[in-house]
Design a protein around this ligand. Structure first.
Ligand SMILES: Cc1cc2nc3c(=O)[nH]c(=O)nc-3n(C[C@H](O)[C@H](O)[C@H](O)COP(=O)(O)O)c2cc1C
Length: 199
């Protein structure tokens, strides 16, 4: 690969930001398809592709979902209510919300291995789903679409599942839309603090 491609890839990774405020503009279906399609090219343990995505673009449905979630927040401890409310506000603002589910396709496929393998298969599933989410975030960025990867909101995952009519294991959700803010990059832990070479 040439240097230009390498630099572009790094630029994509460095300049993508979490967007928490979106413009009230919908995402064209071709763009959304490209973003969603990037998920399936992520690596996954044993090529298990243990993901499923529920994509909400219906604004009436989302309004009801947001109202349900807001009312269920009152059951949470006060100390975290505000944080969950912030995530719900992001969902409210996003024209597209993608809910990422673990289908457990890996543990089902490898069930014959039994323990101790099965005790690590959950990690492999979550890691695979996370790789798929990161693909979507970067693809969205390439189309000028912002994204917010949210998991604080999992504190009310039962209510989310009830509203979506889902019973599988909700892992995370991502709000997508055109950015209505330009956040600065948060600092990163210096590279020498996160890497230990054994040469
Ligand atoms: C697994 C995961 C969970 C996250 N959950 C939340 C969340 O619940 N609420 C939120 O505002 N941001 C959430 N974020 C976004 C992070 O806060 C953000 O990625 C981080 O601060 C770095 O900023 P950047 O994405 O702009 O580089 C999450 C990110 C990841 C990867």
């Amino acid at each position: 690969m040439n240097k230009e491609v390498q630099q572009k890839l790094l630029m994509f990774m460095k300049n993508r930001r979490t967007i928490r405020k979106f413009k009230n503009i919908s995402i064209d279906s071709e763009v959304l398809e490209a973003i969603l399609g990037s998920a399936q090219w992520a690596p996954s343990a044993h090529n298990s592709q243990p993901w499923k995505f529920v994509v909400v673009t219906n604004m009436d449905f989302k309004k009801k979902l947001v109202n349900n979630l807001r009312s269920s927040c009152s059951k949470l401890p006060n100390s975290i209510q505000m944080l969950v409310h912030k995530s719900i506000d992001i969902v409210d603002s996003a024209p597209v919300v993608v809910f990422a589910y673990n289908t457990k396709r890996l543990s089902k496929k490898m069930i014959y291995l039994g323990e101790p393998y099965l005790s690590i298969s959950n990690y492999a599933e979550i890691e695979s789903i996370s790789a798929a989410i990161q693909n979507m975030l970067l693809m969205a960025y390439a189309y000028g679409v912002g994204s917010a990867w949210l998991n604080m909101i999992l504190l009310i995952k039962d209510q989310i599942n009830e509203s979506l009519g889902e019973t599988s294991d909700l892992v995370s959700l991502v709000g997508f839309g055109y950015p209505d803010e330009k956040p600065k990059a948060h600092s990163r832990v210096p590279i020498d603090k996160i890497i230990r070479h054994i040469k």
